[in-house]
Design a protein around this ligand. Structure first.
Ligand code: SF4
Length: 352
């Protein structure tokens, strides 16, 4: 089984590099070849498109310009600076990685050192090694899998790890001297030309060698196994307040939105009002789609004179009463910001 045709790869690689040199977008983190900035940008890019992440990247780097500043910052401020990008475990792992790097006497410069850091897998380690250090490592993401599958008309299922591993190995065997530019050229072609739908084949630098284009297979390649449908979870999200403070949960250290701030959640039809005889009102409904779960939330508010019985009820959660005026200083993930948006009393305090 092979992915890349070695003979053809020389032409394809040359065409990609020439195209990249003439068409690459000017992106701050690419020009400097600073391993720290490349690491941050690639961790952000794991789940986010480049155009989307750029303002977040600039904001993050202004706040944490080097690994030392990041390592010595409190975790809450790192997560706050990540706000809006989602997948917050990336921010926490990056912070942990910065602390480990600070304890070394150098920035990691081998694949083995990089991949040993928390939150860094084969893709990120490969990207840093090739882009920052020009070493012969591949960074195989969805863009690269799509481009290569089409160029070589591969019908291997790209959702399988074995396909990713095979492609990584073959790219590393055929990677040209300009390793960093090559890695970026594949990413860039996938982002700008070889789009998932309606690829721009007519202006593609590798169209003369692309088998999917020549055979009219761009709609059916890459081949992807069926994705599981996300599971719907129906629940109630509670806004419980005495007018000055509000109950906030520090979510568990593992699982969805781990260690993030959120509002207490119960299963549907939980009669929380019975605890104190308060009444609740329905503020509205909210939906939030994660990769594997969809939250269908009914948002209910209880205005009470005494928060203590509710804190006791949620004793198994890390619940605390937080001043409403302090909310804006905390990092609140989008799933819960949507809840805040339903409550005009909370929105009076501007949330960043
Ligand atoms: S020719 Fe079309 S399908 Fe082939 S790599 Fe280029 S854009 Fe993708």
């Amino acid at each position: 089984m092979e992915f890349i045709n070695e003979k053809k790869s020389e032409y394809v690689n040359r065409a990609l590099l020439d195209w990249f040199s003439a068409n690459k977008r000017s992106l701050s983190f690419r020009e400097e070849k600073d391993a720290y900035k490349i690491l941050v940008s690639e961790i952000m890019a794991q789940q986010t498109r480049i155009e989307t992440l750029l303002p977040y990247f600039d904001r993050f780097i202004t706040r944490f310009p080097d690994v030392e500043t990041l390592a010595s910052a409190p975790e809450e401020s790192v997560v706050k600076a990540w706000e809006g990008l989602g997948y917050y475990s990336r921010a926490r792992n990056l912070h942990k990685a910065a602390k480990i790097i600070q304890s070394l006497d150098h920035f990691p410069s081998t694949y083995e050192e990089l991949i040993a850091l928390p939150g860094i897998g084969a893709y990120t380690a490969g990207a840093v090694m090739s882009i920052a250090y020009n070493q012969p490592y591949a960074a195989v993401d969805g863009n690269v899998l799509r481009v290569m599958s089409r160029v070589y008309a591969s019908e291997l299922d790209i959702s399988k790890m074995s396909t990713r591993t095979l492609l990584k190995k073959e790219i590393e065997e055929t990677i040209p001297e300009s390793r960093g530019d090559y890695t970026e050229s594949l990413m860039e072609l996938g982002a700008l030309i070889c789009l998932p739908k309606n690829p721009k084949c007519m202006i593609c630098p590798v169209k003369n060698w692309c088998l999917a284009h020549q055979k009219g297979l761009t709609d059916s390649i890459p081949v992807k196994g069926k994705k599981k449908k996300p599971k719907k979870v129906e629940q109630i999200v509670w806004i419980i307040t005495d007018g000055e403070s509000i109950l906030l949960e520090k979510r568990p250290e593992t699982g969805l939105l781990s260690s993030m701030n959120g509002f207490p959640i119960t299963e549907k039809k939980t009669p929380l009002e019975a605890i104190s005889g308060d009444s609740s009102c329905l503020l509205g409904k909210s939906q939030h789609v994660f990769s594997h779960i969809i939250w269908e939330s009914e948002v209910r508010k209880i205005h009470t004179a005494n928060l203590t019985p509710y804190t006791a009820y949620f004793k198994d959660l890390k619940i605390s009463a937080v001043k409403i005026s302090e909310l804006e200083k905390l990092s609140i993930p989008t799933a819960f910001k949507k809840i805040i948006d339903l409550d005009s009393a909370l929105k009076k305090e501007p949330l960043s």
